[in-house]
Design a protein around this ligand. Sequence first.
Ligand SMILES: [Zn+2]
Length: 129
Amino acid sequence: MNCPCASNQLYSQCCQPYINSKENAPTAEKLMRSRYTAFTLANVDYLMKTHHQNTRAINDKAEMKQWASSVQWMGLTVMNTSAGLATDTMGKVEFKALYIEQGVLQAIHEKSLFRKEKGKWYYVSGEHI
Ligand SMILES: [Zn+2]
């Protein structure tokens, strides 16, 4: 199948190796894309694992899973990135994600901050735009 993150690549050659913990996402953008894909798969474990422990809310996993699978994910557009490359330890990614919730099209437009620790990228926080 094509990867849900709209990269025009196969899932097996895009986000799947990260979601299956076979590889670490090398850039902030790839981590961001894999987190979007994890949302479309309602893979809450991956979302928790890639959220920095300092900012990770104590979420109700079951509730999050239920929400992620109740909406229809419509696509992802990465609009801007700064730093976040393999040689960086911080990065920002601006994206727009579309989904339909109860028949209404909704958008998440966010500038996300990522930090790399011990070779792994983590989502730190997001600023809604
Ligand atoms: Zn992907």
